[in-house]
Design a protein around this ligand. Sequence first.
Ligand code: NAD
Length: 440
Amino acid sequence: MKIAVIGTGYVGLVSGTCIAEMGHTVICVDKDKSKIDMLNEGEIPIFEKGLKPLVESNVEGNRLFFTTDIKSAIQEAIVIFIAVGTPPEEDGSADLQHVIAVATDIGKYINDYKVVVNKSTVPIGTAEKVRSTIQEQIYKRSENFEFDVVSNPEFLREGVAIEDFMKPDRVVIGTDSEKAKKIMKELYQAFTFQKDRIIYMKIESAEMTKYAANSILATKISFMNEIALLCEKVGADVEEVRVGSGSDTRIGYKFLYPGVGYGGSCFPKDVKALIRIARKNKATSDILEATEKVNEKQKMVLVNKVCEHFGENLEGKTFAIWGLSFKPMTDDMREAPSRIIIKELIKCGAKIRAYDPEAMKEAKRIFGDNPSISYTEDQYSALKNANALLLITEWHQFRNPDFDKVKEFLKEKVIFDGRNQYNPEKSRENGFAYYSIGKK
Ligand code: NAD
C-alpha cells in the first residue's frame, strides 16, 4: 500500500518509519525544508531509541521517502496520515491551523479515493471539520472525488516510541465507513498479528479516547504529587505509600511516582484542551482543572526547597542540574519542568551548570545565549564548584552516581532529588543534606 504521512515530527517520523518497516511504501512530508534535507542526508532530527537504523534500512529498501512536495504525496498515496502539531492556543484550546492547512491541501490535490487519517490529537468534531474543508476545496475545483476521514489517535510514548508503534496495546480507529475500515485493518494487521488489538468506534469516541487516556495518566501523577506533599507534612514516606497503594491490582504501580510535575508535548496541552472542550460544551472539568493546578505548583516544589535551604536571594550561588528533557530517553523539552526550575533559579540570582545526555542542543536553542547558564561535557563536570545538585530527569546514568566524586566536586554537599532516586539514609551518612519529594 502507498501511504503519505504529512508532518514528519516525533509522531509522523516514527509512524511512517514503522509502517515502511512492515513493507508499505511511505512518503513522509514536512513543510520544514531543513528537516527534510536532514533526513535525506541520513540525519535524524530527533533523538529516539532505535529510530536511526530503522530509518536507514527502510530508505535503503526504497520503502521510505522524505519530501516537501505535498501534492505528489497526496496524489500517489491511498492513505494519507495527518500528523502535524496541535499546540495550545492562548486560552488552552488546541490550535488546528496546521491540521486545516493539510486538509486544504488534500482538497486541492486529491485525484482519487483516499482515506484521510487524523493521527494528530484533536478536539472532538475535528474529523468533520477536516471532511468539510476537503469537500469545500473539491467543490471549488468543480470536481467530485470520494474520500473518508478516519480518526486514529496515537498513543506512542517518546523514548520507547518504536516499540509502542510496532507492538501497540491497542489501535483505536474511529470511522463510519466500511471501505475505510477495511483499508485500515489491512494497514494495521501486521502490527497486531499476535492478537487483534484494533478497536473500532465512532469517530467522536476515538477523538475523545486520546484526551481521556492522557488526562487519566496526568491525573494519576498529580494525585500522587499531592499525596507526596501531604506525606512530608504528616511524616509518612511517599515511597512506602506508593508501594502500599500500587500493590492493589485495581490501582497498579504505573504513573504513581511523585516528582517535579509532568511535562512533554502531550499531557499539559491535552489536559488544557480537554478543559476548553468541557467549557465549550457547558460541562464541568473540576478534576482536570485540579490536575493542572497541582502540576503547575509541583514544578515549583524543588525551587521552594532550594530557597528554604539557601534563602530567597541566590546571588553568587551555582546549581548543577542533571537532566533537562521532560523525561529520560528523549531530547524533547516541550513543557519540561527543567525550564521552569532553571528560569526561577536564575530569577533569584543563581547560575546554572547543566548536563543532559541528549537534550543539551535543544536547551541551548531554548535558553539562547543566557549568560547565567552553561553546559558541561559530562555529568560530573556540572558539579564543579556548584552549591548543590538538582536531579530533574531520571536518566539511567544518574541513578547510581559515584558519590565520592559528587562529594569531591560539589562546593556544598547538598542534593535536591526531584525524582526520589537516592537513598535518604545513605545520602545523609555520606554527609549530604538531602531533599527529596514526599519524605520528611
Ligand atoms: P512535532 O511538532 O514534532 O511535528 C509536527 C510536524 O508537522 C513538524 O515537523 C511541522 O513542521 C510539520 N507540519 C506542520 N504543518 C505542516 C504542513 N501544513 N505540512 C507539512 N508539515 C507540517 O509534533 P509531534 O510531537 O509529532 O505531534 C504531532 C501530533 O501528534 C500532535 O497533535 C500531538 O499531540 C500528537 N501526539 C504526539 C505524541 C508525542 O509523543 N510527541 C504522542 C501522541 C500523539
